[in-house]
Design a protein around this ligand. Sequence first.
Ligand SMILES: O=c1ccn([C@@H]2O[C@H](COP(=O)(O)OP(=O)(O)O[C@H]3OC[C@@H](O)[C@H](O)[C@H]3O)[C@@H](O)[C@H]2O)c(=O)[nH]1
Length: 328
Amino acid sequence: MEQTVKSLRILVTGGAGFLGSNLIEYLLAQGHEVVGIDNFENVSPQNLDYVADHPRFNFVKHDIQSPLDFVGEIDQIYNLACPASPIQYQKNPVSTLRTCFIGVDNLLNLAQSRGIRILHTSTSEVYGDPHINPQPESYWGNVNPFGPRSCYDEGKRVAEALCYAYREQHGIDIRIARIFNTYGPRMSSSDGRVVSSFIAAALEGKELEITGDGTSTRSFQYVTDCVEGLVALMNSDYNNGPMNIGNDEEFTIQQLAEIVVELVVEMTGKPKVTIVHRPPVVDDPTVRRPQITLARETLRWRPTVQLREGLRKTIQWHIEQGGISRAK
Ligand SMILES: O=c1ccn([C@@H]2O[C@H](COP(=O)(O)OP(=O)(O)O[C@H]3OC[C@@H](O)[C@H](O)[C@H]3O)[C@@H](O)[C@H]2O)c(=O)[nH]1
């Protein structure tokens, strides 16, 4: 059902991505006009098929590494432009860093020249392989600056530093969301992140491959919870610093694999697939769980979708895509 709030013209970068396309759908349903931007580097244009003909949606193919002076009048900016899957962001690490620095610089410039608010999406990866669990926003993290993940982890850290610098030096109105592992419909089977990889494998009758011994933990947030958190943060008065947006229920990767196997059997009647272990990946964080007191208290937001419920919806989406979602 479409709700009507004050209608704004909103720029969403990374609009064709998993999170971006879900955010655009939500903003359009709220009655806003949306300008989506994407370079289609890691995602398929088909992700936008469902809104392509919407009368309040416009799209421009563009890379945020180049200035965005062409954008008409806008009221808010959501920056979601950056590959987020470890296998994707490591494919072209120089570009990942440039997106995080030059790209965010271009967007902050745009926000400054228009005098508008910008929400930048940061990540739990700024905490690296954390020494404390759960992670509050006050934790400075444990990040390797010289390794395969540094392009993303350090890129996202410098992007936060750039937001801070623009706020202090130029008075820009910024919001920063540190998003923890998020999953759901429109994350492609070929994305590489664990939830879509496990679901795609189980539906195809293939082995689920756990990198490492399966004891690493993550806290999985369903995409609608994330989108609601982002919109609540954007429209709140809180501009003191980054805010964690995630689900604070923690699971081992082994537990996740077992739940996916069980749900796919239950939903499809297909035979149970096996779970195998592969060598661990370099610098893989061993634990991750957000402390979300700040978001709960400031935004009156909380994640509402339990893992099994969210996985069922995501499995259903993959089934509707024919088991293989829209890979590039
Ligand atoms: O097929 C797989 C994929 C991943 N994994 C493991 O599952 C865990 C989660 O891996 P993912 O690739 O989904 O995501 P990561 O937690 O490593 O990184 C994510 O962190 C937060 C977000 O900002 C990003 O979307 C992404 O960088 C890791 O321990 C990884 O090694 C598997 O065991 N098998």
